[in-house]
Design a protein. Sequence first.
Length: 352
Amino acid sequence: MKAFKPHLQGLPSYPYKKVEAPIKLDQNESPYDLPAELKQRVLVRLQGLDFNRYPYLHAEDVRERLAAWLGWPMEGLVVAPGSNLLIQALAQASNAVLDTAPSFPHYAFSAKISATPYRAIALGSGFSLPTEALLEAMEAPPGVLFLPNPHAPTARLFAEADIHRLADKAARTGWLLVIDEAYHQFSGTDYAPLARANPSVALLRTFSKAWGLGGVRAGYLLASPEVCNVVQNFVPPFGLPAHTAQILLAVLESPGYVQGIVQTLVAEREKLFQALQKHPTWRVYESQTNFLLVRTPDAAAAYQGLLRQGILVRRQDHYPGLEGCIRVSVGTPQENQRLLEAAFSLAEVPHA
Ligand SMILES: *Cc1c(COP(=O)(O)O)cnc(C)c1O
């Protein structure tokens, strides 16, 4: 291990363990695969693809289509196999990473493996945005501030006025505010106009959630051409596989299916939220995403109790401030019904 940089020693790996279960509500995936007709068109495209040929250097084919669809210049787009890779690139490139806590764990992890100085500011009461403390932290030499909005893992949407204050501060200080919009379809929000007006704001988007393409691995960065030039250098040449590009081109020809799925999942989320509010021992938090954060008397007992009934959820109780919490993805109506039945059947006794 002497070959590797000392800061990499003893680093824990990404906190995820695969568990099989009939009802999988642990990764905020879409419960719906691509519509059959669209998937068929994907397969036709793949049939016609020369597997022996390299794809475009920097996914120019996908970026061109994406640029047209978004009304955003192609020079302001980086496409990568997963937005996680873009998070890593941003953390590697930056002087410092500023984060909220709790938060999406890959920001902190990416800073750690890159030996980039990292600081996290705790969310306020009710998971509110610690705007004043963040503004103060941005007095330090500039780096990248990662802000998931809606926030993960709390599912909360932050006030526009607060985000505008952070963006203004970024413009004045040289910080880059990266708004991670992984769940923005479920909140109906879109910070592209802000990013367009303020080059100190960049957006991360993913195909893994609302688009139902978690297995395909694709995400993109919307930013100024200057920011994109730097980030693109951290994505390996020919980094977006040819098959991924073909799948993205096919869905970008028919992106309309996403809207119906989002409508269904948002309606299901609200039904779940209403129902879980009546749970005797759980407390469910309001959500603007495709998942619900729930505080239980004992996360281990809730997790095991649900798993015994075939339902896999994600424990969140390792985060400070999320004691007892689990996270549940919104599934199909049938899956959500099963979840409710299981949740209300659990007779949890808190550990002494
Ligand atoms: C799911 C998620 C992502 C998506 O990462 P991919 O690598 O694109 O699958 C990014 N950010 C947040 C906050 C997420 O929850």
